[in-house]
Design a protein around this ligand. Sequence first.
Ligand code: HEC
Ligand code: HEC
Length: 334
Amino acid sequence: MNANGIKKIAGIFILGGILVGCRGTISEKPPIHPNMNMDQQLRNEAQEENNFFEDGRSMRQPVEGTVARGFRKADLAYYEGVDENGDWVTEAPVEFTQSFLYRGKERYEIYCTPCHSITGNGQGIIMTGGYGYVPAPTFHQDRLREAPDGEIYSAIYNGVRNMPSYAHQIKVEDRWAIVGYIRALQASQNATEDEMSEFDINLDEIKAEFEAEQQRLAELQEARTASQGEVVATAERGKEVSTQWACQTCHSLDGSVVIGPSWLNLYGSEGQVVTQDGETITVTKDDEYLIESIVSPYAKVTEGFDPLMADAYGSLSEADLKSLVEYIKTLSDN
Ligand code: HEC
Ligand code: HEC
């Protein structure tokens, strides 16, 4: 190699050294940018002030009467679950295929089971301990079995009374998939023997399992009551239980109506209730009536109210039930 060759090679190394050496070096000057390609232009940043417009904002509202692409939600039945009069649609505007229902099952088990439980009986994990939540109702009651599909959709989309909306977490298609799955759950828990005999299952075995489970629950309840020893009911304890079970979310103490009747002057009063046979009768709101109202809220529904109290308090001990009554008594002159 001659001297020229050596110079060339040295030159390449030095040039390379300079280029590599630039990396990581901080410079105040803009980088060399030979071809601008409209990379640098005047523009407005988000939230930036802009005196060009009268309102001083650079972020503009859509022109009145226009809808951005992808935001035209004209299909009310699909997006909101209502018809053109604003009434809930009776039937979901989607087709429930098997894979769609499985999608619903998956979404339901992620979002709804903590409160509504895997079977939809309202005994989800956070509902069972008296942690201060309003209990979720069971889906296996006539009111919700007969509810239009749009009403179930609406619970997810808008939320309902004490339940928040899940519209942000669950997209439209999945909301309908969940509605379909709730219908499937309802059918599964309310099948006649005839319907069940169509499947390859052993009915006697299922009945025996069911009875064993009922027996187990009854024994559990008995043991719970026995472990308390003598039943001591106090108004103080009643107030505590009322807080733990969020009763005041629906029952006021000052005579105002929230979702259910106020507890003010409830004890000892007379009032009309509708029995399960649809008969209206007059009752005196004594100890026995109040306890029945808590343990079996649908047995006698206070006239003028919807049966919105969840059937979720059957596991309260006798002492706690009596304490609740003692507490309600203190709110009454009767
Ligand atoms: C954090 C607990 C919680 C979660 C999670 C939850 N719910 Fe609820 N849900 C409730 C409560 C509480 C009520 C009763 C509200 C009331 O009556 O004040 C309720 C009521 C309902 C009702 C009855 C509406 C009516 O008309 O009475 C439906 C249907 C329902 N939920 C569906 C769902 C679905 C579907 C999901 C999952 C996407 C879900 N919920 C998730 C707590 C929950
Ligand atoms: C989600 C709302 C809600 C919650 C929570 C709730 N209730 Fe109710 N409750 C109602 C509604 C609505 C009625 C009236 C309709 C009916 O009789 O079912 C009612 C009725 C009653 C009645 C009968 C009142 C009357 O005028 O005859 C009693 C007693 C009662 N609730 C006690 C309780 C107790 C105790 C708790 C807490 C452990 C509780 N409720 C929690 C909604 C609720």
